[in-house]
Write a protein that binds this ligand. Structure first.
Ligand code: F6P
Length: 322
Protein backbone atom coordinates (compact mmCIF):
# COMPACT_ATOMS: atom_id res chain seq x y z
CA UNK A 1 0.00 0.00 0.00
CA UNK A 2 1.23 3.49 -0.84
CA UNK A 3 2.61 5.38 2.16
CA UNK A 4 0.60 8.47 3.05
CA UNK A 5 2.69 11.65 2.88
CA UNK A 6 2.15 13.75 6.01
CA UNK A 7 5.34 15.73 6.29
CA UNK A 8 7.94 16.87 3.75
CA UNK A 9 11.22 18.75 3.85
CA UNK A 10 12.27 21.41 1.36
CA UNK A 11 15.66 22.98 0.69
CA UNK A 12 17.53 25.09 -1.85
CA UNK A 13 21.05 24.04 -2.83
CA UNK A 14 23.95 25.15 -5.07
CA UNK A 15 24.04 28.58 -6.69
CA UNK A 16 20.94 30.62 -5.90
CA UNK A 17 18.60 31.34 -8.80
CA UNK A 18 15.77 33.82 -9.08
CA UNK A 19 12.45 31.99 -8.81
CA UNK A 20 13.61 29.74 -5.95
CA UNK A 21 11.49 31.76 -3.51
CA UNK A 22 8.47 31.60 -5.79
CA UNK A 23 8.93 27.80 -5.90
CA UNK A 24 9.27 27.57 -2.09
CA UNK A 25 6.10 29.63 -1.64
CA UNK A 26 4.09 27.54 -4.11
CA UNK A 27 5.37 24.20 -2.77
CA UNK A 28 4.61 25.15 0.83
CA UNK A 29 1.14 26.50 0.12
CA UNK A 30 0.15 23.65 -2.19
CA UNK A 31 1.47 21.06 0.26
CA UNK A 32 -0.45 22.64 3.14
CA UNK A 33 -3.57 22.67 0.93
CA UNK A 34 -2.97 18.92 0.52
CA UNK A 35 -2.71 18.59 4.35
CA UNK A 36 1.04 18.10 4.36
CA UNK A 37 3.31 19.80 6.89
CA UNK A 38 6.51 21.39 5.51
CA UNK A 39 9.91 21.74 7.16
CA UNK A 40 12.25 24.23 5.46
CA UNK A 41 15.93 23.27 5.86
CA UNK A 42 18.43 26.12 5.85
CA UNK A 43 21.54 26.30 3.65
CA UNK A 44 20.78 23.24 1.57
CA UNK A 45 22.24 19.88 2.50
CA UNK A 46 24.34 21.59 5.18
CA UNK A 47 21.13 22.34 7.10
CA UNK A 48 19.94 18.79 6.61
CA UNK A 49 23.09 17.46 8.25
CA UNK A 50 22.89 20.03 11.09
CA UNK A 51 19.11 19.50 11.44
CA UNK A 52 18.68 23.24 11.04
CA UNK A 53 15.06 23.76 9.98
CA UNK A 54 11.96 25.82 10.48
CA UNK A 55 8.34 24.76 10.09
CA UNK A 56 6.99 26.72 7.14
CA UNK A 57 3.46 28.08 7.16
CA UNK A 58 1.31 29.94 4.64
CA UNK A 59 2.26 33.15 6.41
CA UNK A 60 5.97 32.46 6.61
CA UNK A 61 6.22 32.25 2.82
CA UNK A 62 4.23 35.44 2.28
CA UNK A 63 5.90 38.38 0.52
CA UNK A 64 8.65 36.31 -1.11
CA UNK A 65 7.25 35.61 -4.59
CA UNK A 66 9.03 38.63 -6.03
CA UNK A 67 12.33 38.27 -4.21
CA UNK A 68 15.56 37.00 -5.81
CA UNK A 69 17.93 34.69 -3.94
CA UNK A 70 16.50 32.17 -1.51
CA UNK A 71 14.95 32.76 1.91
CA UNK A 72 16.10 29.26 2.91
CA UNK A 73 19.67 30.26 2.01
CA UNK A 74 21.99 27.94 0.15
CA UNK A 75 25.43 26.35 0.31
CA UNK A 76 27.65 23.90 -1.51
CA UNK A 77 28.22 21.17 1.10
CA UNK A 78 31.30 18.95 0.87
CA UNK A 79 30.25 16.87 3.90
CA UNK A 80 27.14 15.79 2.05
CA UNK A 81 29.33 14.03 -0.48
CA UNK A 82 30.50 11.64 2.27
CA UNK A 83 28.69 8.54 3.51
CA UNK A 84 28.72 9.95 7.07
CA UNK A 85 27.07 13.18 5.88
CA UNK A 86 24.38 11.30 4.00
CA UNK A 87 23.70 9.08 7.01
CA UNK A 88 23.37 12.06 9.33
CA UNK A 89 20.94 13.68 6.91
CA UNK A 90 18.91 10.50 6.56
CA UNK A 91 18.73 10.02 10.33
CA UNK A 92 17.66 13.62 10.92
CA UNK A 93 14.91 13.27 8.36
CA UNK A 94 13.79 10.03 9.99
CA UNK A 95 13.74 11.56 13.48
CA UNK A 96 11.67 14.45 12.16
CA UNK A 97 9.30 11.94 10.47
CA UNK A 98 9.87 13.51 7.07
CA UNK A 99 8.29 11.35 4.35
CA UNK A 100 9.92 13.04 1.34
CA UNK A 101 12.33 15.81 0.42
CA UNK A 102 11.99 18.53 -2.23
CA UNK A 103 15.38 19.71 -3.52
CA UNK A 104 15.45 22.97 -5.47
CA UNK A 105 18.77 23.32 -7.30
CA UNK A 106 20.92 22.22 -10.19
CA UNK A 107 22.55 19.05 -11.44
CA UNK A 108 25.00 18.77 -8.49
CA UNK A 109 22.17 19.14 -5.99
CA UNK A 110 20.17 16.46 -7.77
CA UNK A 111 23.12 14.06 -7.57
CA UNK A 112 23.09 14.69 -3.81
CA UNK A 113 19.35 13.98 -3.76
CA UNK A 114 19.88 10.78 -5.74
CA UNK A 115 22.56 9.65 -3.26
CA UNK A 116 20.15 10.32 -0.41
CA UNK A 117 17.44 8.32 -2.14
CA UNK A 118 19.79 5.34 -2.07
CA UNK A 119 19.44 5.52 1.73
CA UNK A 120 15.68 5.13 1.36
CA UNK A 121 14.62 8.79 1.35
CA UNK A 122 11.97 9.80 -1.20
CA UNK A 123 13.22 12.79 -3.19
CA UNK A 124 12.06 15.07 -5.97
CA UNK A 125 14.02 17.86 -7.68
CA UNK A 126 12.90 21.26 -8.95
CA UNK A 127 15.45 22.51 -11.52
CA UNK A 128 16.92 25.90 -10.64
CA UNK A 129 20.14 27.28 -12.09
CA UNK A 130 20.87 30.31 -14.23
CA UNK A 131 23.13 28.05 -16.33
CA UNK A 132 20.12 26.15 -17.76
CA UNK A 133 22.41 23.17 -18.24
CA UNK A 134 20.24 20.36 -16.84
CA UNK A 135 19.45 17.64 -19.34
CA UNK A 136 15.75 16.83 -19.57
CA UNK A 137 14.25 20.27 -19.04
CA UNK A 138 13.99 23.10 -21.53
CA UNK A 139 14.20 25.65 -18.72
CA UNK A 140 15.43 25.81 -15.16
CA UNK A 141 14.42 28.51 -12.68
CA UNK A 142 16.59 31.61 -12.81
CA UNK A 143 17.65 31.32 -16.45
CA UNK A 144 15.03 33.67 -17.85
CA UNK A 145 15.66 36.25 -15.13
CA UNK A 146 19.42 36.10 -15.71
CA UNK A 147 18.87 36.48 -19.45
CA UNK A 148 16.77 39.58 -18.86
CA UNK A 149 19.38 41.03 -16.49
CA UNK A 150 22.07 40.48 -19.15
CA UNK A 151 19.93 42.10 -21.86
CA UNK A 152 19.41 45.13 -19.65
CA UNK A 153 23.12 45.44 -18.83
CA UNK A 154 24.28 44.92 -22.40
CA UNK A 155 21.96 47.60 -23.72
CA UNK A 156 23.68 49.99 -21.30
CA UNK A 157 27.08 48.82 -22.55
CA UNK A 158 25.98 49.45 -26.16
CA UNK A 159 25.15 53.06 -25.30
CA UNK A 160 28.69 53.76 -24.24
CA UNK A 161 30.27 51.44 -26.84
CA UNK A 162 28.68 53.24 -29.76
CA UNK A 163 29.30 56.68 -28.24
CA UNK A 164 33.04 55.92 -28.21
CA UNK A 165 33.12 53.61 -31.23
CA UNK A 166 34.55 50.79 -29.18
CA UNK A 167 34.74 47.03 -29.38
CA UNK A 168 33.29 45.44 -26.23
CA UNK A 169 33.84 41.94 -24.92
CA UNK A 170 31.18 40.91 -22.40
CA UNK A 171 31.67 37.81 -20.23
CA UNK A 172 28.59 36.03 -18.98
CA UNK A 173 28.21 33.15 -16.52
CA UNK A 174 27.16 29.62 -17.33
CA UNK A 175 29.96 27.47 -15.92
CA UNK A 176 30.55 24.92 -18.73
CA UNK A 177 27.45 25.85 -20.64
CA UNK A 178 27.01 28.36 -23.47
CA UNK A 179 23.23 28.72 -23.03
CA UNK A 180 23.33 32.18 -21.45
CA UNK A 181 25.90 33.41 -23.98
CA UNK A 182 24.06 32.16 -27.09
CA UNK A 183 20.64 33.32 -26.02
CA UNK A 184 21.78 36.67 -24.69
CA UNK A 185 23.98 37.08 -27.78
CA UNK A 186 20.98 36.53 -30.03
CA UNK A 187 18.71 38.72 -27.90
CA UNK A 188 21.27 41.55 -27.69
CA UNK A 189 22.29 41.44 -31.35
CA UNK A 190 25.92 40.71 -30.55
CA UNK A 191 28.40 40.26 -33.40
CA UNK A 192 30.14 37.19 -32.03
CA UNK A 193 29.36 34.54 -29.44
CA UNK A 194 32.16 32.45 -27.92
CA UNK A 195 30.98 29.32 -26.16
CA UNK A 196 32.52 26.11 -24.81
CA UNK A 197 32.55 23.26 -27.30
CA UNK A 198 32.72 25.44 -30.43
CA UNK A 199 36.20 26.47 -31.56
CA UNK A 200 36.81 30.11 -32.27
CA UNK A 201 39.66 31.83 -34.06
CA UNK A 202 40.50 35.25 -32.61
CA UNK A 203 42.78 36.06 -35.53
CA UNK A 204 39.93 35.47 -37.97
CA UNK A 205 37.45 37.39 -35.81
CA UNK A 206 39.91 40.28 -35.49
CA UNK A 207 40.54 40.42 -39.22
CA UNK A 208 36.77 40.47 -39.86
CA UNK A 209 36.34 43.24 -37.33
CA UNK A 210 39.17 45.18 -38.97
CA UNK A 211 38.19 44.69 -42.60
CA UNK A 212 34.45 44.44 -42.62
CA UNK A 213 33.36 46.53 -39.71
CA UNK A 214 34.25 49.96 -40.99
CA UNK A 215 31.39 52.35 -40.31
CA UNK A 216 30.07 50.34 -37.38
CA UNK A 217 29.87 52.32 -34.17
CA UNK A 218 30.19 49.30 -31.90
CA UNK A 219 31.19 45.67 -32.02
CA UNK A 220 29.98 43.31 -29.34
CA UNK A 221 31.35 39.89 -28.42
CA UNK A 222 29.52 37.74 -25.88
CA UNK A 223 31.85 35.29 -24.17
CA UNK A 224 30.69 32.39 -22.02
CA UNK A 225 32.87 32.12 -18.91
CA UNK A 226 33.55 28.46 -19.79
CA UNK A 227 34.95 29.44 -23.21
CA UNK A 228 37.47 32.19 -22.41
CA UNK A 229 38.26 35.12 -20.15
CA UNK A 230 36.90 38.41 -21.47
CA UNK A 231 40.06 40.23 -20.43
CA UNK A 232 42.28 37.90 -22.46
CA UNK A 233 39.98 37.99 -25.49
CA UNK A 234 39.94 41.80 -25.30
CA UNK A 235 43.74 42.12 -25.16
CA UNK A 236 44.24 39.66 -28.05
CA UNK A 237 41.76 41.57 -30.21
CA UNK A 238 43.33 44.88 -29.26
CA UNK A 239 46.72 43.70 -30.47
CA UNK A 240 45.33 42.40 -33.76
CA UNK A 241 42.85 45.15 -34.57
CA UNK A 242 44.57 48.21 -33.17
CA UNK A 243 41.30 49.75 -32.07
CA UNK A 244 39.91 50.63 -28.66
CA UNK A 245 38.64 47.50 -26.88
CA UNK A 246 37.01 47.26 -23.46
CA UNK A 247 35.74 44.27 -21.54
CA UNK A 248 33.12 43.75 -18.88
CA UNK A 249 32.62 40.70 -16.65
CA UNK A 250 28.98 40.79 -15.58
CA UNK A 251 29.55 38.37 -12.70
CA UNK A 252 27.09 37.74 -9.88
CA UNK A 253 24.79 40.62 -10.88
CA UNK A 254 23.38 38.04 -13.29
CA UNK A 255 22.14 35.92 -10.38
CA UNK A 256 20.18 38.63 -8.57
CA UNK A 257 16.92 40.45 -9.07
CA UNK A 258 13.21 39.87 -8.92
CA UNK A 259 12.11 36.84 -10.98
CA UNK A 260 10.56 37.45 -14.39
CA UNK A 261 7.00 36.38 -15.18
CA UNK A 262 8.38 33.26 -16.90
CA UNK A 263 10.35 32.20 -13.81
CA UNK A 264 7.41 32.86 -11.45
CA UNK A 265 5.00 30.90 -13.62
CA UNK A 266 7.25 27.89 -14.03
CA UNK A 267 8.09 27.99 -10.32
CA UNK A 268 4.39 27.65 -9.47
CA UNK A 269 3.87 24.81 -11.94
CA UNK A 270 7.05 22.94 -10.99
CA UNK A 271 6.09 23.10 -7.31
CA UNK A 272 2.62 21.66 -7.89
CA UNK A 273 3.97 18.85 -10.07
CA UNK A 274 6.66 18.04 -7.47
CA UNK A 275 4.15 17.80 -4.61
CA UNK A 276 1.68 15.73 -6.66
CA UNK A 277 4.53 13.42 -7.70
CA UNK A 278 5.55 12.87 -4.07
CA UNK A 279 1.94 12.25 -3.02
CA UNK A 280 1.63 9.64 -5.79
CA UNK A 281 4.55 7.75 -4.23
CA UNK A 282 7.13 8.92 -6.78
CA UNK A 283 10.80 9.43 -6.01
CA UNK A 284 14.23 9.93 -7.58
CA UNK A 285 13.16 12.30 -10.34
CA UNK A 286 12.94 15.96 -11.22
CA UNK A 287 10.07 17.98 -12.58
CA UNK A 288 10.74 19.58 -15.94
CA UNK A 289 9.29 21.64 -18.75
CA UNK A 290 9.44 20.10 -22.20
CA UNK A 291 7.77 21.79 -25.17
CA UNK A 292 5.62 23.85 -22.79
CA UNK A 293 4.38 20.83 -20.83
CA UNK A 294 5.28 20.15 -17.21
CA UNK A 295 6.70 16.64 -16.92
CA UNK A 296 8.60 14.38 -14.53
CA UNK A 297 12.01 13.01 -15.60
CA UNK A 298 13.76 10.20 -13.75
CA UNK A 299 17.17 11.17 -12.33
CA UNK A 300 18.76 8.25 -14.21
CA UNK A 301 17.61 9.86 -17.44
CA UNK A 302 18.73 13.33 -16.26
CA UNK A 303 22.25 12.08 -15.49
CA UNK A 304 22.52 9.93 -18.62
CA UNK A 305 23.28 12.78 -21.04
CA UNK A 306 24.63 16.29 -21.25
CA UNK A 307 22.36 19.06 -22.42
CA UNK A 308 23.28 19.92 -25.99
CA UNK A 309 23.54 23.51 -27.14
CA UNK A 310 21.25 24.50 -30.01
CA UNK A 311 23.93 25.03 -32.67
CA UNK A 312 21.36 26.44 -35.11
CA UNK A 313 20.74 29.36 -32.71
CA UNK A 314 24.49 29.93 -32.51
CA UNK A 315 24.75 29.98 -36.32
CA UNK A 316 21.70 32.19 -36.62
CA UNK A 317 23.11 34.74 -34.15
CA UNK A 318 26.16 35.07 -36.42
CA UNK A 319 24.05 35.29 -39.60
CA UNK A 320 22.10 38.20 -38.12
CA UNK A 321 25.33 39.94 -37.15
CA UNK A 322 26.69 39.97 -40.71
O1 F6P B 1 25.93 27.63 -11.37
C1 F6P B 1 25.59 28.96 -11.29
C2 F6P B 1 26.81 29.85 -11.33
O2 F6P B 1 26.41 31.19 -11.24
C3 F6P B 1 27.71 29.64 -12.56
O3 F6P B 1 27.22 30.28 -13.70
C4 F6P B 1 29.02 30.18 -12.07
O4 F6P B 1 30.11 29.61 -12.76
C5 F6P B 1 29.03 29.75 -10.62
O5 F6P B 1 27.67 29.53 -10.25
C6 F6P B 1 29.65 30.74 -9.68
O6 F6P B 1 29.70 30.15 -8.44
P1 F6P B 1 29.93 30.96 -7.10
O7 F6P B 1 28.67 31.73 -6.80
O8 F6P B 1 30.18 29.89 -6.08
O9 F6P B 1 31.08 31.87 -7.33
Amino acid sequence: MRKQIRKIGILTSGGDASGMNAAIRAAVRYAIYKKIEVYGYYEGFKGLIANNYKVLTNNSVGGIIDRGGTVLFTARSEEFKTKEGLLKAKNNLKENSIDALVVIGGDGSFRGARDLSEFGVNVVGIPATIDNDIYGTDLSLGFDTALNVIIDLVSKIRDTASSHERIFVVEVMGRNSGELAIKSGLACGSDYVLIPGIKFDLAKISSEIKNHRIGKRHTLLMVAEGAAKAEEVASSIKLLVDHEVRFSVLGHIQRGGSPTAVDRLIAAQFAKKAIDFIISGGTNAMVAIQKNKIEVVDFNEVFSKNKIIDKSLYDYAHILAL
